[in-house]
Design a binder for this molecule. Structure first.
Ligand code: ADP
Length: 187
């Protein structure tokens, strides 16, 4: 109960801070694999308990870095993987980083085989206190703040966020982008 309450308080404080323009970011080169490792550590036990296969696919090859705040990138991923865990009764959750060097951005995806999201609700779930349908709170709990915070964090770091789902029962793929770190420009 106390953990749940603390989560709620933190969400409300995050929103208040963002809206007051007082959220400060510590922008550095963020190693995508390091974020994946930490998020895996925090989520794999819950996935195993639910019998869900959770896999992380970091970028291949050399260390790959995006431009952002390590703690905030981690918070975004924890939130998205947490939602997938909540809304996926069985199957898989896959987390990927897909660099697009020609665009200067990296796409991150959290794809699940869960309950999915109807087309007409895919935009509104990023708004504060909004859930995909009225029965969500009764069945799964939550406040509808997580994705609003997540969207603000992504946008503050210069990215975009969205969702792809073929509808109820078809799973969901949440994606967001972050700029790729550019050594020459930054140093
Ligand atoms: P909360 O999880 O507290 O309800 P969020 O802002 O994190 O709030 O999510 C808003 C709504 O978006 C959820 O209530 C749910 O209806 C929908 N949603 C988010 N992620 C998923 C997902 N992976 N699969 C299905 N529905 C989702």
């Amino acid at each position: 109960c106390s953990r749940h309450l603390l989560g709620l308080i933190n969400d409300v404080l995050d929103i208040a801070k963002i809206e007051a323009g007082k959220l400060s970011l510590e922008i550095t080169a963020v190693d995508a694999s390091a974020v994946f490792d930490e998020v895996y550590t925090l989520t794999h036990v819950q996935a195993a308990q639910k019998g869900i296969r959770l896999t992380f696919e970091p970028p291949q090859g050399d260390e790959f870095r995006v431009r952002g705040d390590f703690g905030k990138v981690k918070q975004i991923l924890i939130n998205l993987v947490g939602n997938s865990l909540k809304f996926t009764p069985k199957g898989t959750i896959t987390v990927r980083a897909l660099p697009h060097p020609n665009l200067g951005h990296c796409m991150f995806e959290v794809e699940d085989t869960g309950i999915g999201i109807p087309a007409d609700r895919q935009k509104v779930i990023f708004e504060k206190f909004t859930q995909a349908d009225g029965s969500t709170t009764r069945k799964y709990g939550g406040t509808g703040l997580g994705l609003a915070i997540t969207r603000s964090l992504v946008e503050l770091m210069g990215g975009i966020i969205g969702v792809q789902s073929d509808g109820p029962g078809q799973g969901a793929c949440m994606y967001f982008s972050l700029p790729i770190w550019n050594d020459e420009e930054e140093e």
